[in-house]
Design a binder for this molecule. Sequence first.
Ligand code: ATP
Ligand code: MG
Length: 138
Amino acid sequence: MERTLAILKPDCVNKNLIGKVVDKIVDSGFKIVGIKMLRLSQESAKGFYVVHRDRPFYDDLVNFMTSGFCVPIALEKENAVADFRKLIGATDPVEAEEGTIRKLFASSKQENIVHGSDSAENALIEINHFFSRDELLG
Ligand code: ATP
Ligand code: MG
């Protein structure tokens, strides 16, 4: 079964939307295999987003992701990576499809509520960024 990593970002936590977003995820057929709430350090956030280090939004992104608490969630489902990205919608909520999590709840391209892994390979790397084996089901 495929896994993917979601992160409920600080805007999601601050808007008290954890429950609503988790409900949509579970209603869409994903099984939660790991979950926690934490505040990322600068070092950890920079490492997580290292692929974006040369992009103009990198510093802002790291500052945003370290500005408050996040909820990383390891998820399992057939076709988890693609199905989760469909559920969350486009990066920019203006471009996201109706009914997607970002369309419903996100306020901007940066403050877009939730992260989703972009490949099955990266999903495993990202899950390992947040969870040890004894923190994951199965
Ligand atoms: P994520 O990786 O969070 O699931 P994504 O894959 O849709 O989102 P990426 O291109 O990987 O988008 O960008 C990572 C994150 O960086 C985005 O979710 C968003 O928070 C932020 N971001 C991306 N592009 C911009 C931009 N042009 N301006 C501001 N923030 C941006
Ligand atoms: Mg991405």
